[in-house]
Design a protein around this ligand. Structure first.
Ligand SMILES: [Zn+2]
Length: 117
């Protein structure tokens, strides 16, 4: 039977796997910041949906490829699956200045992309 401690260990192991697979971008200012979570090049990908007259329309999601530390807090780095442009977005409201909180939010995004990790 799996205990709570085993569960925490498993999460730590998967977090380590995530950190080994994504990139810590040291030069954040080479990557454009977007406020609206939409690819700054083609505008066709991002959050997974876009609001247009008449309602929400689905769009492809940006692929989480890493994170960076900026003067405005941690940000997630995404890559557009259409045009491969990289862009950064907070995608995190409360934890942007605190690594452990940010890492938990990063993990949620990553695990949704990698459900069998
Ligand atoms: Zn794009």
């Amino acid at each position: 039977m799996m205990t709570l401690i085993d569960g925490f260990d498993k999460v730590s192991q998967i977090e380590e796997k995530m950190l080994s697979e994504i990139t810590h971008f040291a030069q954040y200012d080479d990557i454009p910041y977007v406020a609206d979570f939409k690819c700054p090049e083609c505008g066709e990908t991002g959050e997974g949906y876009i609001h247009k007259p008449g309602g929400y329309v689905e769009m492809d999601k940006g692929k989480l490829i890493g994170y960076c530390s900026t003067p405005y807090g941690y940000q997630m780095v995404f890559e557009c699956p259409h045009c491969f442009t990289k862009y950064r977005y907070h995608n995190c409201t409360t934890g942007r200045n605190e690594w452990h909180t940010f890492k938990s939010e990063l993990f949620l995004v990553w695990i949704l992309q990698n459900p069998f990790a």
